[in-house]
Design a protein around this ligand. Structure first.
Ligand SMILES: Cc1cc2nc3c(=O)[nH]c(=O)nc-3n(C[C@H](O)[C@H](O)[C@H](O)COP(=O)(O)OP(=O)(O)OC[C@H]3O[C@@H](n4cnc5c(N)ncnc54)[C@H](O)[C@@H]3O)c2cc1C
Ligand SMILES: NC(=O)c1ccc[n+]([C@@H]2O[C@H](COP(=O)([O-])OP(=O)(O)OC[C@H]3O[C@@H](n4cnc5c(N)ncnc54)[C@H](OP(=O)(O)O)[C@@H]3O)[C@@H](O)[C@H]2O)c1
Length: 254
């Protein structure tokens, strides 16, 4: 990557949702991009031979176009980059690639009455960027976010999603699935995949999940994506491809 494509961004806001899970906002407004796209964020580290080098990874942009860059990050223990980014405090800096990229965007999603947005962990980041713009609200009658996390403390952005829904006549339903602790009656205790299999997902969303009425985006843990795709394929959902309009658009984080 060319040196002039990188910019040094300084952290202006930091939310620590729970230990190891943060939102970082930078003093950088990126050039126009499509919600759902990602960019590289890096720190000074070392290459394989131990020489000083910039090491970087891809992160979905959570902010809307035209707004200061926001990322939603988890610290992957033993990881080369995320522990450094997660530890950044206000006033500290990271390298940010100037040109967002990626195809996990709403222009790849065909028309349909309902839009389902499935995420595990920080996979909700691209949906925040989308939902912070008018496009999904103009195109879909109903939107459902399905967030899968390990612990109740890992649930992030719920209040903002509720506010966005209220601003749009309650057309967004939130289903939160918590796996490693009983989250109480308003959330599902178990994996996203189990919520789908038991029929609880549609019940909690108040929206039926059928190929005739639904477009589905899925983002995050690759194993979650594989298992969810298998269940959805069995139910008649098909991948969206360049040649053929289907129902499923997805992005693996690793
Ligand atoms: C398109 C795209 C967008 C992404 N957006 C985000 C984002 O918005 N927020 C975010 O937190 N991460 C995001 N990621 C993941 C991110 O790029 C890094 O992979 C992650 O931060 C780990 O980097 P690391 O250098 O710390 O770990 P590494 O040194 O690269 O190694 C850690 C290993 O952990 C695995 N791994 C990677 N991510 C995770 C994870 N979240 N949980 C468990 N294991 C993991 C991989 O197998 C990897 O080999 C995205 C990845 C892609 C491909
Ligand atoms: N607070 C935090 O979130 C935090 C803090 C510090 C470090 N970390 C580290 O960050 C990494 C990522 O953690 P994460 O919790 O964001 O991501 P994750 O491991 O992908 O878990 C997120 C959710 O996805 C579920 N899931 C995993 N595999 C699935 C599958 N095949 N099908 C359906 N659902 C599936 C998990 O359920 P299960 O619980 O059943 O696996 C969990 O509810 C881990 O290395 C973790 O140790 C996380």
């Amino acid at each position: 990557m060319k040196e002039e494509d990188w910019i040094r961004g300084t952290v202006t806001d930091r939310i620590e949702w729970t230990e190891g899970l943060v939102t970082l906002r930078f003093d950088v407004v990126p050039p126009p991009f499509r919600p759902g796209q990602f960019t590289s964020v890096g720190v000074e580290g070392q290459d394989k031979e131990g020489r000083p080098a910039r090491i970087h990874r891809l992160y979905s942009i959570a902010s809307a176009p035209g707004e200061p860059l926001e990322f939603f990050l988890v610290r992957v223990d033993g990881g080369k980059v995320s522990p450094h980014l997660e530890a950044l405090g206000i006033g500290e800096a990271a390298w940010i690639h100037r040109k967002p990229k990626g195809k996990f965007t709403l222009d790849r999603v065909p028309e349909s009455p309902h839009l389902w947005l499935f995420a595990s962990g920080t996979g909700v980041a691209p949906y925040l960027s989308m939902l912070r713009t008018e496009e999904p609200w103009e195109r879909f009658e109903r939107i459902v976010t399905v967030q899968g996390v390990r612990f109740p403390a890992d649930v992030a952005y719920e209040e903002e999603l509720r506010r966005l829904s209220a601003r749009h006549d309650g057309r967004l339903s939130l289903v939160t699935c918590v796996t490693r602790m009983d989250p109480g009656p308003k959330r599902y205790h178990g994996r996203i995949t189990a919520a789908l299999q038991t029929g609880k997902l549609s019940e909690m969303a108040g929206v039926s999940l059928t190929p005739e009425t639904s477009q589905i985006m899925i983002c995050g843990n690759p194993r979650m994506i594989e298992e969810l795709l298998e269940l959805l394929h069995e139910r008649g959902f098909r991948d969206n491809t360049r040649k053929e309009a289907g129902h499923l658009t997805y992005e693996r984080y690793w």
